[in-house]
Each structure stands twice: as structure tokens, then as C-alpha cells.
Write a protein that binds this ligand. Structure first.
Ligand SMILES: Cc1cc2nc3c(=O)[nH]c(=O)nc-3n(C[C@H](O)[C@H](O)[C@H](O)COP(=O)(O)O)c2cc1C
Length: 196
């Protein structure tokens, strides 16, 4: 059920044309699937922090489940869906931690709310009664005012280098299909058209 395709665009350039041109403000959300420590898939939503032309960056707490899973098996798959334009992009590949500089740039680009959340979002706060949670949040904001925040020591990021890329295109009044790419051991991309 596949069809060879000639003259397909470079998948990284195609991804760049689907993704935002700038990375401040609102960025796409994506479903990030990792391999759980028990071998079952493990999925959650994260923000795509950036696409640098080669790799997709995302950021998280280094104490998180996903960080432990990626330390054990540094492979992941992400799916981004744009319902308004009937597109879906799935990227699967190898994951490595980003540099401290890349992590800092991503932290600085996050909203103030997400910067505060990165400081406070631990198990201790999660299990506290709701009123206490809000008191602690307000106390943090009072203490720091409008001063710029640095990332907490637990802030970290990862970058996914694509091995496979799947571009799904739909239409309200016609068939969908997918442009599927896989990079071979020499780094050359092969492509096929798949049904949607
Ligand atoms: C819209 C949305 C965006 C999110 N963005 C992030 C993110 O960028 N990084 C992150 O660590 N968690 C993000 N989360 C929370 C994760 O979905 C998840 O609950 C958390 O990271 C813990 O996941 P884990 O236990 O699988 O590591 C987001 C959740 C939602 C609903």
C-alpha cells in the first residue's frame, strides 16, 4: 500500500515550511511518545520549543518520567496536528540533551507563567492542598516581582534528530495521504507516498 515518489522535497525544508518561522510566544504542542521503563509506550503533550533546521527541541523537568525514560532509551516519536489546515507531522528518531545555552534560550522564551511553573512544579507542590498550592505560588511571585528569572537547576531540554518523517495532508472534500521519509545509514532520505 505504498508508492515510490520522485522529486519529493527535502523533508527538513518541508518541516520548516510547516513549522513556525519564529520561536517566541505561542509554539505548537505535540504528543511526545517515549518508551516507558516497563516497555509500554508513554505519551504526553509538550511544547515544541524550536526547530533548528535539523532537530526538534522540547524542554522539561530533568526529574520527570520522560527524562528517565529518555535516559534509558534515547528514542522518541512526536506528532503535531494542525486541524485548521488538515495537517499532521510525525517525527521519529534519536534524542539527545540540548546544551545549557539552548536550554537557557528556551527558558527565556517561555511565558512568565511557565517560567514560574518550572520552579514550583514538583511532587511536594502537586500533593499539597489546593489552597496551599496557591499560597506558595503567590509567595513565589511576591518574592520575585517582575525580576527576570533564571531557569531552575531542574530545567532541561532534549533535541530529536529525525530518522523518519511522516507528513499527513487531509482535505475536507477529498482524500488524505502521507508523504513518508526515512533516512538511510548514509544519511540519504528515501520517500514514499502512503494512504492517509
Ligand atoms: C498543552 C500542554 C503543554 C505542555 N507542555 C509541556 C512542556 O513543554 N514540557 C513539559 O515538561 N510538560 C509539558 N506539559 C505537561 C506534560 O504533558 C506532562 O504532564 C508532564 O511533562 C509530565 O510528564 P511525564 O511524567 O511523562 O514526564 C504540557 C501539558 C499540556 C496539556
Amino acid at each position: 500500500m505504498t508508492g515510490a515518489v520522485s522529486g519529493a522535497p527535502d523533508p527538513l525544508a518541508l518541516a520548516a515550511s510547516w513549522l513556525p518561522a519564529t520561536w517566541s510566544g505561542v509554539t505548537p504542542t505535540m504528543t511526545l511518545a517515549t518508551i516507558g521503563l516497563d516497555g509500554y509506550p508513554s505519551a504526553r503533550t509538550v511544547l515544541l520549543s524550536a526547530f533548528d533546521g535539523q532537530r526538534l527541541h522540547f524542554h522539561t523537568d530533568t526529574r520527570s518520567r520522560k527524562a528517565a525514560e529518555l535516559a534509558a532509551v534515547p528514542r522518541a516519536s512526536v506528532t503535531i496536528h494542525w486541524p485548521d489546515v488538515a495537517r499532521q507531522l510525525t517525527v521519529t528518531g534519536d534524542v539527545a540533551p540540548v546544551t545549557d545555552r539552548e536550554a537557557r534560550i528556551a527558558y527565556d522564551a517561555r511565558s512568565r507563567y511557565l517560567q514560574v511553573l518550572a520552579w514550583l512544579n514538583d511532587t511536594d507542590l502537586a500533593v499539597a492542598p489546593e489552597a496551599d498550592r496557591r499560597v506558595r505560588w503567590a509567595a513565589f511571585e511576591r518574592e520575585h516581582g517582575d525580576a527576570p528569572l533564571s531557569p531552575p537547576p531542574t530545567w532541561g531540554g532534549f533535541a530529536l534528530t529525525p530518522l523518519r518523517m511522516l507528513f499527513w495532508t487531509g482535505a475536507a472534500d477529498g482524500p488524505s495521504n502521507r508523504l513518508a521519509y526515512e533516512r538511510d545509514a548514509c544519511g540519504v532520505w528515501r520517500s514514499e507516498v502512503w494512504p492517509g
